[in-house]
Design a protein around this ligand. Sequence first.
Ligand code: KIV
Length: 275
Amino acid sequence: MSTRFPGQSASKVTTRTIVEMKQAGEKISMLTAYDFTMAKILDQAGIDVLLVGDSASNVMAGHDTTIPMTLDQMIYHTASVVRGVNRALVIADMPFMSYQVTGREALRNAGRLMKEAGAHAVKLEGGQSITETVKRIVEAGIPVMGHLGLTPQSIYQFGTYKVRAKEQAEADRLLDDAKRLEQAGAFAIVLEKIPAKLAETVTSSVGIPTIGIGAGTGCDGQVLVVHDMLGLNHGFSPRFLRRYADLHEIMTGAVKQYVADVKNLDFPNDQEHYE
Ligand code: KIV
């Protein structure tokens, strides 16, 4: 008997599939991925969408923010993920300063992520200030996902990673931004760290899917950083994070055992060498 997880089918997930999932009331599962091996495991486990997040800057490169990520680094990570995937939709983050200077430059850079790395879509942070750019990229045939709320590329402007849009004025602006992104042609929007009630209002006010991270259950889907949900990263414990495994402990135990086996001449044994 074959096991079929909710939302899993033999056919590839496209931007159209996830819009249809919203319409059908089926929740969308999304995780980050940055390399071939992880992408292959996540894809085979039935994930709908893989985001090659610029959070690679934090979890892969050890930076404090996503700011240092370059377009070439995003292309490298995205190409590695695309090679591991059969079914999932692969979305690549456009890194800081790759889309803010001019629409023309943004289009060229989005094109590189699709053409050189094989991304199926790109994600940009921001609302009103980037809608013309979103339109331009979409008109060229490149699907765009928006990202509102806590947008980590603006961390030095925010000065804090606290919940966004608790004040009415910012909440109103965010709702307006979501509608503008939809009008500009975005196929989905990430809502990061905003009140659950506001995420619910945004979700019912737009026809495109919302994918939440720290935005409650009312979104059309959920996303987490894979290193966080697998428990590889013990130093990060926000309230919204659910840990599905403790790979930090499992890996530490395995490596300690290996070190002991090598030192005690237990590894390799007679079966683990060539005559
Ligand atoms: O870069 C990233 O991982 C993201 C998610 C947190 C949505 O943008």
